[in-house]
Design a protein around this ligand. Structure first.
Ligand code: ATP
Length: 277
């Protein structure tokens, strides 16, 4: 992997498009104080995903956009691209050349791109994670950093060397794992809260379920009793009807006998009347 080119447009003091080609070997950029040398390293850190405006000597991220000068008006966006030769596929992308781009607009909108395709900041961070070239790596040592390293306490210096030795990516992974663990613990706590709440509802629900079961049982019993009662009533009525029918037949016979007797009596009266008359 070789750093081929840096392109800046509207970034800090670079109002016009500025392209720096890095040829094999050493490239030195010289210039008087305030001519923009540190702005170049900041442009590199920025495109690699730097999130701290303070470390870019600004108050907020929008301060990286060219703010105007005596002779030029401010402009509305800043864009930086870093282009790498990737013939050896050192960066895990199947391209011989890889470019990363970051853009920011005054209204706060911003974009990240890999080979001109929109992507997330995380994709850029992941792309450089194992390369030793990240926003927090020590491939860029800016002004003041050497003093900071020399004047730091031994334990702080140790962490600087650990980072430079490539421990950073493991630290990053550890942090991610810790965050995940923390999130999982939080979720577990929430689940436990829910469980506690549900446990509290368990007893009243059990009572309600038992009342409901009892109600269903009683209703079934009631239905059984009602059917039995109905059958008994039907049987009693059938029996009553049979008795009434038998009575009816019997009374019909009595009536017929009586009518025969009346007829006989009437015949007798008629015969007597004729004999006396
Ligand atoms: P030194 O050697 O003193 O550190 P340098 O060459 O590293 O200087 P820088 O600090 O990179 O220079 O550049 C500072 C210049 O960039 C200043 O002139 C400053 O006005 C200009 N500058 C920084 N931010 C912006 C901006 N947003 N818009 C316009 N100019 C800017």
């Amino acid at each position: 992997m070789l750093l081929k080119r840096l392109e800046m447009n509207g970034f800090k003091s670079f109002a016009d498009k500025m392209v720096i080609d890095f040829v094999p070997g050493t490239t030195a950029i010289v210039g008087p104080n305030g001519s923009g040398k540190s702005n170049i390293t900041e442009a590199i850190r920025w495109v690699l995903g730097e999130q701290s405006a303070k470390s870019l000597r600004g108050g907020r991220m929008g301060d990286v956009i060219f703010a105007g000068s005596d002779t030029r008006k401010p402009i509305n966006f800043a864009e930086v691209s870093l282009v790498f030769e990737n013939e050896d596929r050192f960066l895990p992308l199947d391209y011989s050349e890889v470019s990363v781009t970051r853009r920011i607009f005054r209204n706060g909108d911003s974009d990240y791109l890999i080979n001109k395709q929109s992507c997330r900041l995380k994709d850029i961070v992941d792309l450089f994670m194992d390369s030793g070239l990240g926003r927090e790596s020590f491939s860029i040592i800016s002004q003041g950093k050497i003093d900071e390293i020399l004047n730091s306490k031994p334990e702080e210096r140790r962490s600087i060397f650990e980072e430079a030795a490539g421990v950073l990516k493991y630290k990053h992974r550890k942090k991610q794992a810790e965050n995940k663990l923390f999130e999982t613990e939080e979720n577990l706590n929430r689940v436990q809260d829910i469980l506690y709440e549900l446990e509290g509802q368990l007893e009243p629900l059990e009572i309600q379920a038992s009342v409901a079961k009892d109600y269903l049982f009683q209703q079934e019993e009631l239905e059984k009793f009602e059917v039995t009662l109905l059958v008994a009533e039907i049987e009693a009525f059938t029996e009553k009807i049979a008795i009434q029918k038998a009575d009816f037949v019997k009374n019909g016979e009595i009536l017929a006998a009586m009518q025969a007797e009346i007829k006989q009596e009437e015949t007798q009266i008629y015969t007597q009347k004729k004999a006396t008359g």
